[in-house]
Design a protein around this ligand. Structure first.
Ligand code: GAF
Length: 400
């Protein structure tokens, strides 16, 4: 349902428990009515490490989120309270120095990037908290960026489109966090729709929504509980390796801008001119882009079995050729593969930890979860946490 809030069209959503807690904390700290925002985490069904190669991805927003309360103040500064960390940060709008509190840099970075677009006339106050597990590869950082960007747009009416906000979120990561990420996470955070996956062309930013609402199939995430710290530096290395491949192929086809423009025959024809690691990185990206197209055709035919098989293939490529998996993620996939009712499974996101994404028939979800918990503990000595998710809508203002 669409309605008018603060003179703007927003998708309405009833206030949930998390938003209620954040709302009450805001009232008790700042004593005024805030605007409330819900900003989701994301899953990616297929199309991993393709976004920064101008390729294709198939993510969806999920029902884990950051709830943020935001309201203007009469100061020149921003005051932010993180409910989960129980930490507060205060800073002047004209002095956005890096904070020792990691979470605060996403907010400062987004503010700094918005200042390139328009003047922020006065300060504001924020309280936020959420249930997106940190470090699980569900993009809690894009959720924080999306929340503060939509919040500022509500307060100041810059006229930024959702696409512009996604680009600003990405620049926040590049310029203030040090991760040269693609645009997938920020884009889905701001464009997700309930019960739909979104096929994004990461070059044009055109997208198509595909229904993903089979009652009998659930998206189940298994958290390896391995924190993906390593991902940040290795992530930038992968990006550089893809660029190295492109530089070599450009000599033969100067119009090539990045791997999006490369065909498999061309890559194979020049395999000997690049080192094997670079070749395998490029090959994986080309194959994964094709898998996204094919997986969308599967969805059109309601063929979830074929879709699931592509997820297994994706994992194989990510683990062996792109080398962004880790022992624990491979173990989770190996265990899942043999379980009844599992249609597909793979590591998800940047890699080196975080979650696997599994398509599981509803009737098997309980037995699947039990077996994964038991066998993962046996094989790795670690506990896993399992999240059964719903595909939800992107960042929105909550009606009060
Ligand atoms: C991380 C990045 F932020 C995304 O842009 C994307 O590259 C993903 O890893 C891998 O597909 O989530």
């Amino acid at each position: 349902m669409m309605s008018l809030v603060n003179g703007k069209n927003v998708e309405s959503s009833a206030m949930n428990e998390l938003s209620q807690t954040i709302y009450e904390e805001f009232l008790s700290r700042y004593g005024k009515e805030p605007i409330l925002i819900n900003s989701p985490g994301r899953v990616n069904l297929i199309g991993e490490h393709t976004d920064y190669n101008d390729g294709f991805v198939l993510p969806a927003a999920i029902d884990k989120m950051i709830a943020m309360a935001i309201a203007p103040n009469k100061l020149t500064k921003v005051r932010v309270f993180s409910e989960d960390m129980n930490e507060e940060e205060e800073f002047e709008l004209d002095n956005l120095h890096k904070s020792e509190m990691h979470w605060a840099n996403y907010i400062k970075g987004a503010i700094s990037e918005v200042q390139q677009e328009g003047h922020i006339p006065h300060g504001f106050d924020i309280v936020f908290g959420g249930d997106i597990p940190i470090g699980a590869g569900l993009s809690s950082s894009a959720a924080l960026e999306g929340a503060v960007l939509v919040g500022m747009e509500e307060l100041f009416g810059f006229g930024l489109s959702r696409k512009q906000m996604a680009k600003i979120g990405q620049l926040t990561e590049h310029n203030h966090v040090g991760v040269n990420c693609g645009i997938m996470d920020q884009f889905i955070n701001l464009h997700g729709k309930a019960n739909k996956v979104l096929k994004l062309d990461c070059r044009s930013l055109d997208f198509e929504l595909y229904p993903f609402e089979r009652e009998d199939i659930r998206i189940v995430l298994c958290d390896s509980k391995v924190s993906h710290n390593l991902a940040d530096s290795e992530y930038n290395v992968r990006r550089a390796q893809c660029e190295e491949g492109v530089e070599i192929l450009k000599k033969y086809k100067p119009e090539i801008q990045n791997l999006r423009d490369v065909h498999m025959e061309l890559l194979k024809a020049h395999e000997d001119e690049m080192n094997n690691v670079v070749f395998r990185r490029c090959k994986y990206v080309l194959e994964e882009n094709q898998r996204v197209h094919d997986a969308c055709d599967d969805l059109k035919k309601n063929n979830f079995e074929a879709f699931g098989n592509r997820m297994f293939q994706s994992h194989e490529g990510l683990s062996k050729d792109y080398e962004v998996s880790c022992e624990e993620l491979d173990v989770l996939v190996e265990i899942a593969k043999d379980q009844p009712g599992v249609l597909g499974c793979r590591m998800m996101g940047g890699g080196f930890g975080g979650c696997t994404i599994n398509l599981v028939e509803e009737q098997y979800v309980d037995s699947f979860s039990e077996t994964i918990r038991k066998k993962y503990k046996e094989k790795t000595g670690k506990e896993t946490e399992i999240y059964v998710t719903q595909i939800s809508s992107g960042t929105k203002v909550v009606e009060q």
